[in-house]
Design a protein around this ligand. Structure first.
Ligand SMILES: O=C(O)c1ccc[n+]([C@@H]2O[C@H](COP(=O)([O-])O)[C@@H](O)[C@H]2O)c1
Ligand SMILES: Cc1cc2nc[nH]c2cc1C
Length: 336
């Protein structure tokens, strides 16, 4: 039994009776360089636009990326409320919103990617700029003393880019992994997404041998930044809460580059996007490791913040509840 397992085994509960919460807190302990008593969290939302929206893969206005990112900074988006309710500080990182003035932290690579039906979504240089912005945020948080990060994203069209990346990375069938995204009730969108992705894959095959090349050709700045942030978490030994489909695809990419990244990733919820299971599998995460089944499909990191609140409750419990040894050492009046 290692230190992490001993911490949960000593609690005055029937062995294993806190289920997945015990496994998650053990994962947290193993990811940390030492056993901290409290979580110091920070949540980053990487926001960017996707040129592929002009190909008919969404029914929502592209401007929602900008409007909702701004709403996040003003404190009225779902993620703002989730973070505030749980006392989690957060920031929006603009890695490519289609607007002149940046929203939140300005790391804008370009005002959106290019439509990948016409050319690769971004240049190599742009890929690394977004990737480095993600890594930089992890370094910032580390310097501020944070010991658990969580990641979310905002970007109309990013379920198409994520599905495209996952399809090329794993070979998973587009019939099984393509979903509605933010467009429920629009089956024509799902059909169009499959068409667009299939056409792009044929076009860029030689450029997409490694995850970096895949994200560059058919991904987005948000996915590149998430991948860079997750790689940095591995390098700096900071665990992070995973959110939904887009973050899971970024993790699948990072895990392909460095499989040990998955040891830093704590799953939160099972997104309703059908590709979620496939993305987790590609990252080496079993569905039974995912604690929340709540039909969420919002993104922004909302599921991650819920997961974080459960983990924080569990960490408090591990340190504050009576141990079995303490419990049994107390004299029992009835037995005398
Ligand atoms: O995280 C998820 O699992 C998730 C599933 C469906 C939609 N989303 C969010 O919806 C947007 C992308 O949807 P779409 O249809 O525009 O590709 C983007 O802003 C995501 O944050 C997120
Ligand atoms: C309103 C809205 C909010 C979102 N948050 C994340 N993706 C989103 C998509 C839409 C459309």
């Amino acid at each position: 039994m290692d230190k992490a397992a001993r911490m949960t085994a000593r609690m005055a509960i029937p062995p294993g009776s806190l289920g997945l919460l015990e496994k998650q807190v053990q994962k947290l302990f193993r990811a940390w360089p030492e056993l901290y008593e409290t979580i110091k969290p920070y949540h980053y939302i990487f926001a960017a636009d996707n040129g592929v929206v002009t190909a008919g893969v969404v029914r929502q206005e592209q401007a929602i990326t900008y409007l909702q990112a701004r709403n996040m900074t003003e404190g009225r988006a779902a993620i703002s409320c989730f973070c505030k309710a749980q006392d989690v500080p957060y920031a929006v990182v603009d890695v490519g919103i289609n607007c002149d003035e940046a929203v939140g932290l300005d790391r804008k690579v370009a005002p959106g990617t290019k439509n990948f039906l016409e050319s690769p979504a971004m240049t190599e240089r742009e890929f690394w700029q977004a990737y480095d912005a993600g890594a930089e945020m992890v370094q910032r948080a580390k310097l501020a003393g944070c010991n658990l990060l969580s990641f979310g994203e905002m970007g109309i069209g990013n379920t198409t880019t994520s599905t495209a990346v996952l399809h090329v990375l794993t070979g998973a069938n587009l019939l099984e992994i393509t979903g509605y995204g933010a467009n429920p009730g629009h089956p024509e969108v799902v059909l169009r997404k499959r068409e667009v992705i299939a056409a792009a894959v044929k076009r860029y095959e030689p450029l997409m041998k490694a995850p970096q090349g895949i994200i560059r050709c058919v991904g987005g700045f948000d996915i590149a930044a998430l991948c860079g942030a997750m790689m940095a978490c591995h390098e700096r030994k900071i665990p992070f809460m995973l959110d939904g489909f887009i973050t899971a695809v970024a993790l699948a990419c990072a895990a392909r580059i460095e499989p040990a990244v998955s040891a830093m990733a704590i799953p939160s919820h099972m997104s309703q996007e059908p590709g979620m299971l496939y993305a987790l599998q590609a990252a080496g995460i079993h569905p039974d490791e995912v604690p929340i089944q709540a039909g969420l499909r919002l993104g922004e990191g909302t599921g991650a913040i819920l997961g974080l609140s459960m983990l924080r409750t569990m960490l408090y419990t591990v340190y504050n509840m009576k141990t079995m040894e303490e419990l049994l050492s107390e004299s029992c009046g009835a037995a005398k």
